[in-house]
Design a binder for this molecule. Structure first.
Ligand code: ZN
Ligand code: FE
Length: 257
């Protein structure tokens, strides 16, 4: 039996391969948006349900996550990283790691998950088992390192890996099929990965999102979460290497895959 979530989650495909997320609490009538890649599909998803935004949560400053904030904000509270306030839309609430905020009547923890950018944050809503990771931890992948170091991203991966296993990882892009091909090239004998890829191919064949995924499945199959796992290190022939060195190698391989 699955526990009932206090909120409803709606995944909104935007642009070519982005995802925005709506969170709605029926009991309080509140609605939040995580990231704003494109106004029209998000507004359509809101209108179809008669929802109005109370909060907009921003994960990082890239255009494909903030472009539609201006069009959608209305009287919503816009929340983002204090460290990135200079390059985000005007914030009503500037947050830092460890801060706890209330969104849709639920408590939300802010995590610094720098690496893709320095200042990228994730939002974890424990009561609903939701983590909004955008371009940090992704389904079978992680974001490219535009600003941070591999060591920084590995630190971020470990923070997210420590969340409960049944946490739904709401990441920012539909890159899973390409990520799966890369993961399989490194870890071809991983049975969890083999069966996950079958599910991914089946979902994509009918145009279904592969996001969110659960943290448990990521821990078993995502190469970027496995830099310190002995079987994975052995598969790479890197049994004696440090986790940071393994992570650095895997990220570099992905960049040229
Ligand atoms: Zn990005
Ligand atoms: Fe992005």
């Amino acid at each position: 039996m699955t526990k009932t979530s206090p909120v409803e989650l709606v995944v909104v495909p935007c642009l070519r391969d982005n995802y925005a997320f709506l969170v709605h609490n029926d009991a309080t009538g509140q609605t939040a948006l995580v990231d704003a890649p494109e106004a029209a599909p998000i507004q359509a998803a809101l209108d179809a349900r008669g929802w109005v935004l109370d909060d907009i949560l921003i994960t990082h400053h890239h255009d494909d996550h903030i472009d539609a904030v201006a069009a959608l904000r209305g009287s919503a509270r816009v929340i983002g990283a204090r460290a990135d306030a200079h390059r985000l839309p005007d914030l009503d609430l500037a947050v830092t790691e460890g801060q706890q905020i209330t969104v849709c009547g639920q408590s939300v923890d802010v995590l610094d998950v720098s690496g893709h950018t320095v200042g990228h944050i994730a939002f974890h809503m424990p009561s609903a088992g939701l983590a909004f990771t955008a371009d940090s931890l992704m389904a079978l992948g992680c974001g490219r390192l535009f600003e941070g170091t591999p060591a920084m991203m590995w630190e971020s991966m470990q923070k997210l890996r420590a969340l409960p296993g049944d946490t739904q990882i709401c990441s920012g892009h539909e890159y899973t099929a390409a990520n799966a091909r890369f993961a399989a090239s490194l870890d071809p004998d991983n049975p969890d990965l083999i069966s996950r890829i079958q599910g991914i191919d089946a979902a994509r064949a009918v145009g279904k999102p592969t996001v969110p995924s659960t943290l448990t499945e990521e821990k078993r199959t995502n190469p970027f979460l496995r830099a310190d796992v002995p079987e994975f290190k052995a598969a790479l022939g890197m049994s004696n290497a440090s986790a940071v060195d393994v992570f650095t190698y895997v990220r570099a391989q992905k960049d040229k895959f």
